[in-house]
Design a protein around this ligand. Structure first.
Ligand code: 3PG
Length: 215
């Protein structure tokens, strides 16, 4: 996948589910549940021991044709993690904050990525590397849609994936902004539902998020 294919995939997904998979076994079922709800992308954060094997399980499911999903690694914070995420089969990566070192290494490794930023200055540092799309984290605490509107003014053509504090209740307000490519969030894959294996409810949450943003 190329960087522009990633950005296209995120824009059609509307919501990027940020998932902290409790166990490898759940991963493919969660990806399938999301796909059933119309979301063909999953960000699996490197916050649990099962993360890399969970990415691998989804990537294998994709290779077998069981699900059509772009699977990415989230919460990537170091250059050292890049080799293992590539090995796991992740096709993209997301970082919570901005690091020239990490972004340069991603570009060199040819792994499309969405780096996190919280300020205009960080966006400018990313733009100097040729990047045009950034996760804005933690969007809610930074000031929500009003903050995004303010920072997008001097950055024409730059697209954002706000994450942090987004849910079905405020999704529409974020998606109404031209600068917003997609929204990230964990509300569609709550750990309680993943642990209990309530995949039908995950499908319902995915479907409902897409309906809210389309309305
Ligand atoms: C992330 O890493 O993107 C966040 O933890 C997601 O934030 P949320 O849980 O508020 O959706």
């Amino acid at each position: 996948m190329t960087q522009s294919e990633l950005e296209y995939n995120l824009s059609t997904a509307v919501v990027v589910p940020v998932t902290s998979i409790p166990a490898k076994q759940a991963a493919l079922d969660v990806a399938k549940a999301l796909a059933d709800g119309g979301i063909h992308v999953i960000e699996i954060t490197l916050r649990t021991d099962a993360a890399l094997s969970a990415i691998e399980a989804v990537a294998n499911g994709v290779a077998r044709g069981e699900v059509q999903t772009a699977v990415g690694a989230g919460s990537v914070t170091t250059v050292e993690q890049i080799a293992s995420i590539r090995e796991s089969g992740a096709t993209f990566a997301v970082t919570p904050g901005f690091s020239e070192q990490v972004s340069n290494a991603m570009i060199e490794a040819d792994i499309p990525h969405i780096p996190g930023i919280a300020t205009v200055g960080e966006a400018m540092r990313g733009m100097a590397l040729g990047l045009r799309c950034f996760k804005v984290f933690p969007a809610g605490i930074l000031g929500g849609p009003a903050y995004l509107k303010a920072i997008s003014a001097p950055l024409p053509g730059i697209r954002f994936v706000p994450t942090g504090g987004i849910n079905e209740g405020n999704l529409k307000e974020y998606m109404a902004l031209d600068s917003v490519l997609a929204c990230g969030g964990s509300w569609i894959t709550p750990s309680k539902l993943m642990k209990s294996g309530d995949y039908a409810k995950i499908t319902e949450l995915a479907r409902s998020a897409r309906a809210v943003s389309a309305a």
